[in-house]
Design a protein around this ligand. Structure first.
Ligand SMILES: Nc1ncnc2c1ncn2[C@@H]1O[C@H](COP(=O)(O)OP(=O)(O)O)[C@@H](O)[C@H]1O
Ligand SMILES: [Mg+2]
Length: 236
């Protein structure tokens, strides 16, 4: 296995109206290619903040993030945006689907910047949505879909781009446990077969059995949880 991501001594503090909030104090970890890495921790401990730094949506106060052998902490926000578009997929609890676009259009749009022709964009997107159980929902708007179906559209949108790294922030947070299990059942085989790496942040609703490794964010530090490991079938 090769190391995809190496994070060292990462710190993040927010300064708002003269008040400094230190969120990440000293976060160090690495993630191997093909791994599903779960970050747990109570609400407000900084999981979304950490994912935002990994995605290049925000810049760290100090420390280093090496992604695919490139140091990203020194990059400009526009360089980070390019890197993100090419290699990183994000899944949020709130889905972030475009409300006036159909399921198919939401997925297709991701492929536009890659110079793929319209026919192929449609075919690939429709096929993936079909595999995720949405064959009959391609032309519905997000508001016409259930929460679980909306999340599957969001997952299709992420997977269609074949990202090297998926960052999932509370991906099953808004659905019932059965729907959450269904969603993960659809997502995980595709991640494993595509050799994609996924980092999931969840305050506890995500089944740790899906993960290869589990870490807990507490008091600004990330601690590995050696006890909580993994169904054998989830291992490479
Ligand atoms: N843009 C911001 N400005 C100031 N404080 C922030 C900002 N974003 C997050 N925080 C603070 O950082 C802490 C961690 O938030 P967050 O990363 O959302 O935690 P989690 O995802 O674990 O629930 C919270 O105390 C939150 O108020
Ligand atoms: Mg969060």
């Amino acid at each position: 296995m090769t190391t995809l991501l190496k994070v060292e001594n990462l710190k993040k503090a927010f300064n708002t109206r003269g008040i400094t909030t230190r969120v990440l104090d000293d976060v160090t970890f690495s993630v191997e290619t093909g791994e599903i890495f779960l970050i747990t921790g109570r609400s407000g401990t900084g999981k979304s903040t950490l994912l935002g730094l990994l995605a290049g949506l925000d810049q760290a106060s100090s420390g280093t993030i090496d992604f695919q052998g490139r140091e990203i902490t020194g990059m400009s926000l526009s360089e980070l945006a390019d890197l993100r578009a090419a290699t990183i997929g994000m899944i949020f609890q709130s889905f972030n689907l475009i409300p006036s676009w159909t399921a198919l259009e939401n997925v297709e749009a991701v492929l536009m910047h890659r110079g793929i022709g319209r026919e192929e964009r449609r075919t690939r997107s429709a096929q993936l949505l079909g595999e995720l159980g949405l064959k009959d929902r391609l032309h519905n708007l997000p508001a016409e879909l259930s929460v679980g179906q909306q999340q599957r559209v969001a997952i299709a949108r992420t997977l269609v781009n074949e990202p090297a790294l998926i960052l999932a922030d509370e991906p099953t947070g808004d659905v019932d446990p059965e729907t959450a299990a269904d969603i993960m059942g659809l997502l995980l085989p595709r991640i494993k077969s595509g050799k994609t790496t996924m980092i999931v942040a969840s305050h506890g609703l995500f089944d740790p059995g899906f993960a290869d490794r589990v870490a807990c964010l507490k008091d600004g530090r990330l601690e590995m949880q050696p006890g909580i490991i993994t169904k054998p079938e989830n291992r490479q």
